[in-house]
Design a protein around this ligand. Structure first.
Ligand code: DUC
Ligand code: ZN
Ligand code: ZN
Length: 460
């Protein structure tokens, strides 16, 4: 054995037990009591949980968007992920109009290779579904890209129409892919944005006003309808509100293969943030926007009941100074996105487990196991079990801390969670058996992340 982790409580999505974990050649070799090996490095996890490394299925690193580029690249963003207990991400390779899907994948691999410090997979976000691009989808699945994203918002930029989405869903069904959607009604939002700007309403608060929950509910229902027509599964990204959750719940009650994700910002933050003094509200301009706090309990109920399956981050960081300020005087020009890749586990533990809203096993399910399953990485990722990658988080549930931008690793000049007191701390993070983070510092090797060739979609 190379390493043995002793004295910890192993937590999987199925439950917890006291056991040791033995690691050999980057894999978990054994889970059991009293494991020993003469020359193995011993890690004492006394008082701590041993969790499978986090899988963040929704990140935007080094992404051109809103006239700028997200300010974490694959090096800085994955370092921050590791510090926070995430050992695999699935980032979105965004098709530039006119590019093939193969070009798109190659472009994003070039951003990641030589930079990523943790393992990474890629979704392709299709913005221009030409006949050739449609025909390329099966080859993408063969290349390890078993999920595609379509935007129902961002009119005249990323948005696709219903015909495109339906064609994609039918093809995805044939080739074993999962279609995910950004579900907001982009046509309606476009009208509302123009009306508000024409009336001189340019403050960041109008970002939320012009993207109402009804526009998310409608698009979510429409996406589910199109998936039903195509006989395909569908995954709703960054679901933020009851209007959308009701659509997912109704579909699931009918037995439809509908999956949905929410993000920490929709569980921890609410719409009043846009009224912070001056232009500070721009820090929270992400889409969908932050909602009325009445939605929090709905989302937690959805997570507990299994109507929401994943908590990912939609990490899409833009500095307050020099990027968010592109929208001074016009909220529609504020680059949409917020950081979160580093704090997902701390927030889920604090609000969810310590807050009495979800069990520890459920946390693991949402944070690691179900995203690994839905996106074709299980059981390589997502579980502490023999044969799986030794991607492990040693998490101290009794530690206390405070989230601050000053202490963060992500490469951005603020955090939306500034000053929030958190319960628990990420002590040690291992990727394929190597320690990559220790007590808030990245200690791993440069460029050690590997491309994850993901398997075709299988229903969970
Ligand atoms: N939403 C964001 O806030 N940022 C990136 C893309 C998205 O859909
Ligand atoms: Zn989106
Ligand atoms: Zn996103």
């Amino acid at each position: 054995m190379d390493t043995i982790i002793t004295n910890g409580t192993i937590v999987n999505a199925t439950g917890a037990c006291r056991a040791d974990v033995a690691i050999k050649d980057g894999l978990i070799a054994a889970v059991g009591n009293g494991l020993t090996a003469g020359d193995a490095r011993m890690i004492d996890a006394g008082g701590a949980y041993v969790l499978p490394g986090g899988v963040d299925a929704h990140t935007h690193l080094d992404m051109p968007f809103g006239g700028t580029v997200s300010c974490d690249d694959f090096r800085t963003g994955t370092r921050a992920a590791a510090v926070g207990g995430t050992t695999a991400i699935v980032d979105f390779a965004i098709q530039a109009k006119g590019d093939t899907l193969a070009d798109t994948l190659a472009a994003w691999k070039a951003k990641a290779e030589g930079r990523a410090v943790i393992d990474y997979g890629l979704h392709v976000a299709v913005t221009d579904l030409t006949g050739d691009a449609l025909a390329e989808m099966p080859a993408m699945v063969d290349a390890g890209v078993s999920s595609f994203k379509f935007f129902m918002a961002y009119k005249d930029a990323l948005m696709v129409d219903d015909a495109t989405l339906l064609r994609a869903l039918k093809k995805a069904r044939e080739c074993g892919a999962l279609i995910s959607v950004h579900a907001e009604n982009g046509d309606v939002i476009d009208v509302l944005v123009k009306e508000h700007l024409a009336a001189g309403k340019s403050h960041p608060r109008y970002h939320a006003v012009t993207r109402p929950p009804e526009a998310e509910g409608e698009a979510t229902g429409r996406a589910i309808f199109l998936a039903g027509l195509a006989g395909a599964p569908i995954y709703i990204v960054h679901l933020s509100c009851k209007d959308a959750l009701d659509q997912v719940r109704a579909a699931r009650d009918r037995g439809a293969p509908v999956y949905a994700e929410t993000c920490p910002q929709y569980l921890a933050l609410s719409v009043e943030r846009y009224d912070e003094p001056g232009f500070q509200g721009a820090k929270y301009v992400c889409s969908p926007p932050l909602r009325d706090r009445a939605n929090w309990a709905e989302l937690w109920a959805g997570l507990s009941a299994g109507d929401l399956h994943v908590v990912a981050t939609d990490h899409c960081p833009f500095n307050f100074e020099g990027q968010k300020d592109l929208g001074l005087g016009d909220f529609s020009k504020i680059p949409n996105g917020a950081p979160g890749i580093e704090h997902r586990l701390l927030l889920l533990h604090t609000l969810g487990v310590a807050g009495g809203r979800i069990s520890l096993a459920k946390l693991v399910d949402l944070f690691s196991t179900t995203p690994a399953k839905l996106f074709g990485m299980f059981p390589q990722k997502g579980v502490v079990a023999p044969g799986s990658d030794a991607d492990l988080v040693i998490f101290d549930p009794e530690a206390r801390g405070t989230i601050t931008a000053a202490a963060q690793t992500q490469n951005i000049d603020y955090t939306p969670y500034e000053g929030m007191d958190v319960k628990g701390a990420v002590r040690t993070v291992l990727q394929r058996g190597r320690i990559v983070a220790q007590d808030g510092a990245f200690v791993g090797a440069d460029a050690a992340g590997k491309y994850l060739h993901r398997k075709p979609f299988a229903a969970v």
